[in-house]
Design a protein around this ligand. Structure first.
Ligand SMILES: NC(=O)c1ccc[n+]([C@@H]2O[C@H](COP(=O)([O-])OP(=O)(O)OC[C@H]3O[C@@H](n4cnc5c(N)ncnc54)[C@H](O)[C@@H]3O)[C@@H](O)[C@H]2O)c1
Length: 320
């Protein structure tokens, strides 16, 4: 089983590689090799019983994408993308990385001797906030951001190339993943991790929206299990629509801070200061806050239990 992770140096890419190295198998087959492809070098040295190699990748360059995917590739996890805030600020770059990049991947896949499994990381940004919620599985996708639009187009490409038998595609719409370790990033959702992560290490954090702001979340642990599950399920169970929303939990900022208070105490929770930012608000208010992922649950995808668990898991995985 030869695996390629596009965006392998990123947050999810690194956690996925660590989990796959630990498991040693995917789709019932021993893993022989993982190739992490990214424009930057991965920061972690991952221990595994098989080689984990790095290949420099530029998603906007067809030749680079083609070189990253070798003929013997069985499974590709496509996680390389620029995030929501950046795709909104630089629309052309967003289309080059997020859309042209996907077309380069699909073009290369058509040259492989055997159609690989392609797991594509889509987003709940494919839905719009003005629709009735919870969003049901077959609800029409109507994004209100360039990032969401790029994800929808990629989902449709995944369906079409799968229908033609050129790839075995599986698109998963990721909820916002919290708590994201490390530094804030250019995602408009970045504060949804900062308001937990920074106070836990004694630092102040700014919340740019009101405490009533509601959103849909998953934890890093659950998302990694679900991305692996997406590669493992039987293609025939997916039918014609290869894309599905992943389970998450719906919570307000107030709920999140109540959990922070429960798990870490009042002093920690009081390190969060509210200061409205209209640019961020304008993006995040277009996002949905509640979904009903029946199809994913029927297919055995995993569900987080409570926001308290998100915080406890972050402390165990990142701070101990
Ligand atoms: N983290 C979340 O909350 C979340 C939510 C919904 C969807 N997603 C999707 O999941 C995927 C992974 O997200 P993440 O949180 O790990 O993001 P990340 O930014 O940590 O990782 C993305 C990786 O892509 C690489 N990349 C960006 N542009 C590139 C280019 N031009 N060429 C080559 N590599 C490039 C980056 O260097 C980075 O390592 C993305 O597709 C993202 O849209 C994430």
């Amino acid at each position: 089983m030869n695996i390629v992770i596009l965006g392998g140096a990123g947050f999810i890419g690194q956690k996925l590689a660590i989990k796959l190295a630990e498991n040693g198998v995917l789709r019932g087959q021993p893993i022989q090799k993982i190739t992490l492809c990214d424009m930057v070098e991965p920061q972690n040295q991952i221990q595994a019983n098989f080689p984990i190699q790095f290949t420099q990748l530029e998603m906007t360059d067809e030749t680079s994408v083609s070189a990253a995917i070798s003929d013997d590739t069985d499974v590709i996890f496509h996680l390389a993308s620029i995030v929501s805030g950046q795709a909104e600020a630089d629309m052309q770059l967003g289309y080059q990385v997020n859309l042209d990049g996907m077309l380069h991947v699909l073009k290369r896949i058509c040259q492989l001797p055997k159609p690989p499994v392609l797991v594509f990381s889509s987003s709940i940004a494919v839905y719009a906030a003005q629709t009735p919620q919870p969003i049901e599985d077959h609800f029409i996708r109507s994004p209100q951001s360039s990032y969401g639009t790029q994800k929808v187009i990629c989902e449709l490409l995944l369906n079409d190339y799968s229908r033609k038998g050129l790839v075995d595609g599986r698109g998963v719409r990721l909820p916002t993943i919290t708590v994201r370790p490390g530094k804030p990033n250019a995602a408009a959702s970045s504060f949804l991790s900062s308001i937990i992560r920074e106070p836990l290490v004694g630092e102040k954090a700014i919340c740019p929206v009101t405490e009533d702001y509601r959103h849909y979340f998953s934890s890093p642990r659950t998302i990694i299990k679900n991305i692996i599950h997406a590669a493992e399920i039987d293609a025939k169970d997916l039918g014609g629509d290869r894309n599905l929303m992943l389970p998450g939990i719906s919570a307000t900022v107030k709920d999140m801070l109540a959990s922070l208070r429960n798990v870490a105490g009042d002093e920690v929770a009081e390190l969060v200061e509210f200061k409205r930012d209209e640019t961020i608000e304008k993006i995040v208010l277009t996002w949905v806050s509640d979904l009903n992922p029946e199809r994913a649950l029927e297919l055995g995808f995993y569900q987080d239990e409570s926001f308290d668990d998100f915080i406890k898991a972050h402390i165990e995985d990142e701070l101990s």
